[in-house]
Design a protein around this ligand. Sequence first.
Ligand SMILES: Cc1ncc(COP(=O)(O)O)c(C=O)c1O
Length: 355
Amino acid sequence: MTGTIDIQIDKIAKSRVSEYDVNNVPFGKCFSDHMFVAEYADGKWQKAYITPYGDLPMSYAMSALHYGQAIFEGMKAYKNAQGDVSLFRPIENFNRLNRSALRMAMPEVPEEIFMGGLLELLKLDSAWVPTSETGSLYIRPFIIATDEAIGVKASETYKFVIITCPAGKYYGEPIRVLVETNYFRAVHGGVGFVKAAGNYGRSLFPTKLAQAKGYQQVIWTDSVTHQYVEESGTMNLMFVIGDTLLTPELGDTILSGITRDSVLTLARDWGLKVEERKISIREVLTAHGNGTLKEAFGCGTAATIAHIVGIGFEGKDYDLPPVEQRKFSTKVDEMLRNIRKGNVEDKFNWMMKVV
Ligand SMILES: Cc1ncc(COP(=O)(O)O)c(C=O)c1O
């Protein structure tokens, strides 16, 4: 960090944490005691404060609502057996938030505001971090445009906010996915490589159609030919074909996932052959046909690893090997959990201790 910031702290009178079993709350609906806010106006970040979690007073003309200048991050804090709280690779989320800000003509957040606010918030709300083996505190940093003005232009005022919510036990069910060849998630020159709120809004309708057909998620394909796979839902996509771990190469249509990078780093460390390149759905189905497609999975902060057990393509379903036979994805899932929970050596210095 380059410096420190003054954060005005208004503590909650009485913590609400005892009202919940943080290891067993439904995800995304129960928010921790405090939130961090920094305000941007007159060309610079102004005051920063921590306040009890609450509502946003806003105008119906607030520009984020109309023109979509809204970006976010998703990250997690973990508690080890000794009760220490640590973040997983937070600088990567900080850097990605600023890539999103740049692309959406929004102000970048200085590291001392992002990290300073985050660390202070987690110190106050450490009791909200679940202790269960698969539990974590989900952290949602975001920036929204707050000008009260109708008219398409970059807002002049913004709020950077961090809210958190416990994610108790996570049961990652294997998923069936439909290869989407009509709608697309991202285009070249677009915003698919950043976490702009609109990327998620646009994905809901195709996902709903796939769910009506019995799939949990879609596999997004490239917008030009619909032949090359890109991501699955809000996860990066990986395959084990033969003895190689394959994943689509990064570009401006794919989000650079921190889990993706972590999985690739571990795979390379274990001596596995890794290829980041274009992967056609035909290649995947040919491998399925000749028995070399051993594993397929999505990876991301929410699930870590979501095993794909079925792929739907052009009206046909292709069943994949059962999860019990998947050596790599099971091992990498376990290793990431153990690193985050402090059960094994943190060889790549991924964890940042908070309290
Ligand atoms: C579109 C998309 N792809 C991939 C990911 C996985 O990224 P990460 O591993 O950093 O959570 C996410 C989640 O942030 C996402 O929204």
